[in-house]
Design a binder for this molecule. Structure first.
Ligand code: HAM
Length: 427
């Protein structure tokens, strides 16, 4: 019979990888916690309308990447393709936004029907941060500094670059879009099919075209920077001043427009060259109109999301995985004939007395030699051998330090805990 396999583009994260995921997630949680951010959790399913109204009807995500379906009640629902819209929906629904400032974070799976390749999946995971009620640019800089601190902690600083842009207000972009359309209409025949279609729907996305002939036409096209309003220019200038003062290097990329419609003013991406084509590891920007657009009171917002798969891949490829992560057991307990109940009790006593000590019991029996082989292969630093003495009692145990030059100590049972404390002072 054919075995049922996972859905294309949806990955299992196996036990040898989960320690790295946990390390990444706990590092980010610690860093965002150090800036006072609090966690929010929301469902993976939302009304499809939420994403249409926020990300935009004429975006790749909404046009062709959402997992949408009618539920049994005929309501059209979608698996969340991103977290910002959900976060705004949840925060507004529960009254967290009115007249307040909020610093929130979330993590979890997102779903997009994209063509899978390295670093791009159909179920992927984001760690996202959203800040509400602050106009910036101080909060914008805080978010960027928080990510810079994270790269520092993970050892990634030399491998990522920050690109920023001012994309103006939505009115600025409308005006720019009109100018772009009238310029491109003069070259319509030479445009690729996708760009022709976007001419009538979402002309700014043509700027992202990868088709060389279209890029050649764009070389002489109007540029967004000439259409952005004075107010957003002042915000952006202040932002770059603050980044300079904080010593954070950046590149102003006038072509950076982002693929979601809710942004305005400042947008940014952290990009790496180590992953090939899918090099954006963190992306975000301001979205001051979004809360109101979704029916709430006008509330400024800014945030970003990181692709966890991409950052985990980077840590692996750059050999930045801390060695200690692969070690999951400290003491492997090998059990002699008839000592099962005593070994179980002793292991429990050890766990109670030394809560951080990771103790694994040999289960399923086996000769002592085989058990010690299993101890060695488990990655534990120590094996504890529990065998009966000549009177059939448990008076002493052997604590064996595993490794290239194993050493063994005989330890009276009643001194075991203090001996372990010497070997594992942090347990
Ligand atoms: P986004 O640029 O669509 O923005 O996604 C953010 C990050 O998620 C990307 O930079 C990438 O690292 C990761 N990512 C996106 N799609 C995939 C995929 N198919 N496979 C693997 N990783 C992926 C947003 O989602 C916005 N909500 C970010 C934001 C938050 N803006 C403001 N607040």
């Amino acid at each position: 019979m054919n075995k049922i396999q996972a859905i294309r583009g949806m990955n299992d994260i196996l036990p040898n990888e989960t320690p790295l995921w946990l390390y990444f997630e706990s590092t980010v949680q610690r860093v965002v916690g150090s800036y006072g951010y609090r966690e929010i959790r929301f469902p993976v399913l939302e009304q499809t309308q939420l994403f249409k109204r926020s990300i935009g009807e004429v975006t790749d995500i909404v046009e062709k990447e959402m997992y949408s379906f009618d539920d049994r009640n005929g309501e059209n629902l979608s698996l969340r393709p991103e977290g910002t819209a959900c976060c705004v929906r949840a925060a507004d629904e529960h009254g967290l936004l009115y007249n307040q400032q909020q610093r929130l974070w979330y993590k979890g799976p997102m779903f997009r029907y994209e063509r899978p390749q390295k670093g791009r999946y159909r179920q992927f995971h984001q760690f996202g941060v959203e800040a509400f009620g602050m106009n910036g640019p101080d909060i914008d800089v805080e978010l960027i500094m928080l990510t810079a601190r994270l790269w520092q902690e993970l050892g990634l600083t030399a491998h990522v670059r920050l690109e920023i842009n001012n994309i103006g207000t939505s009115a600025d972009r409308k005006e720019f879009g009109a100018a772009l359309v009238s310029f491109l209409q003069a070259h319509e025949e030479a445009l690729d099919a996708d760009s022709k279609r976007r001419l009538g729907s979402n002309p700014l996305r043509i700027l992202d075209s990868k088709v060389p002939s279209t890029q050649a036409i764009l070389a002489d096209a109007p540029v967004l920077a000439e259409y952005v309003s004075a107010q957003t220019k002042a915000h952006f200038a202040e932002l770059t001043d603050l980044l300079d003062a904080a010593g954070i290097a950046y590149i102003v990329n006038p072509k950076l427009v982002r693929g979601l419609d809710y942004y305005n003013n400042m947008v940014f991406e952290w990009i790496t060259d180590t992953l090939g084509a899918q090099g954006t590891v963190c992306a975000g920007g301001r979205y001051d109109g979004l809360v109101e657009q979704l029916g709430g009171r006008a509330t400024p917002g800014v945030g970003f999301a990181m692709g966890i798969e991409r950052l985990v891949l980077m840590l692996q490829e750059l050999d930045l995985v801390p060695a200690a992560l692969t070690q999951v057991i400290d003491v492997y307990v090998a059990i002699g004939e008839g000592m099962g109940a005593k070994a179980i009790a002793l292991a429990e006593t050890m766990r109670s007395a030394l809560p951080a000590l990771r103790v694994q019991l040999n289960c399923g029996g086996g000769k002592m030699n085989n058990q010690l082989k299993k101890a060695f292969n488990s990655g534990a630093t120590h094996a504890l051998v529990i065998e009966a003495d000549e009177q059939g009692q448990l008076s002493q145990v052997k604590l064996r330090q595993l490794g290239d030059e194993p050493t063994t100590e005989q330890v009276p049972v009643n001194e075991l805990l203090s001996k372990l404390k010497q070997h594992f002072p942090n347990a």
